[in-house]
Design a protein. Structure first.
Length: 265
């Protein structure tokens, strides 16, 4: 996918560079300009070595001139998000030139790659809608050492799987989360068998909560997963520092197949 984005950016730059069709941005001579994107920035191309840039946070591109620049005419910067591509013509400005530039829809072109998925903003909106649902009648529930872990609901939407998790701490000791690990493991493990564990990473998580005193709930999003009936999806909550309060919820493939469809408004 990255190669496709690069080729599209180069083609677009070749088509319009040198023409007056690109929005022009005056880059301050002795300070930094920040491009604010409505989505996390996935790819950046700067046509001139006289300009350097970085991503201090996922949705901000920071640009400035190199200290060694003696003369500069212009350049093109290409910025892509999850579903858009934008280009700007960069010219030398003054110290009074604007330091913040918002990437608006008027300067964006849709980025249509063969199988477009949901953007981070779209996933967030869906998760916020799902988390308002009731936690009653969980799909799976496990209790141990004063902790209760449960899969509240399972949802599916196209190639996405949404897992609604809930945890309850019935002790008086705050729980500091080391991490939530998801892996596909064999249901039955014997001493003679070779244990195969496949860890899977979420595409998106609604919240990043470092600790909780009594209750914690989150929704995590994965690509559609399939595995044979002799394996199980294990969801493991672990505590930091090293602690015995580790709790694992096994979810069978049958449960995943019974996932609800995300309600569409």
């Amino acid at each position: 996918m990255r190669k496709i984005i690069m080729m599209l950016a180069m083609l677009l730059a070749h088509t319009v560079y040198g023409q007056n069709t690109l929005p022009q941005i005056a880059l301050p001579l002795h300070s930094t300009a920040h491009f604010i994107s409505p989505q996390p920035v996935k790819y950046v191309d700067i046509s001139s070595k006289d300009i350097i840039g970085d991503l201090p946070v996922p949705n901000i591109l920071r640009l400035k001139f190199r200290d060694t620049v003696s003369s500069f005419k212009d350049a093109v910067v290409t910025i892509t998000g999850e579903d858009f591509i934008a280009q700007y013509r960069i010219v030398a400005g003054t110290d009074e030139s604007p330091a913040m530039i918002e990437i608006g829809p008027e300067n964006c072109r849709p980025l249509d790659i063969t199988s477009p998925g949901l953007t981070q903003d779209q996933l967030r909106k869906i998760c916020l809608g799902l988390i308002t649902s009731s936690e009653k009648h969980p799909v799976k529930k496990v209790s141990d050492l004063g902790m209760t872990a449960q899969v509240n609901r399972l949802y599916t939407l196209g190639d996405y799987m949404f897992i609604d998790l809930g945890f309850r701490n019935r002790t008086r000791i705050k729980y500091d989360i080391a991490g939530i690990r998801f892996s596909i493991d064999d249901k039955k493990v014997t001493k003679a068998s070779n244990v195969q564990s496949i860890e899977i990473k979420p595409l998106y998580r609604l919240m990043s909560t470092p600790s909780f005193a009594t209750r914690y709930r989150n929704i995590l999003v994965f690509r559609k997963m399939t595995f044979p009936d002799n394996k199980v999806l294990n969801i493991e909550l672990s505590e930091q520092p090293v602690s015995g309060r580790v709790i694992t919820i096994p979810v069978s493939y049958k449960k995943l197949l019974q996932a609800d469809i995300v309600p569409v408004e």
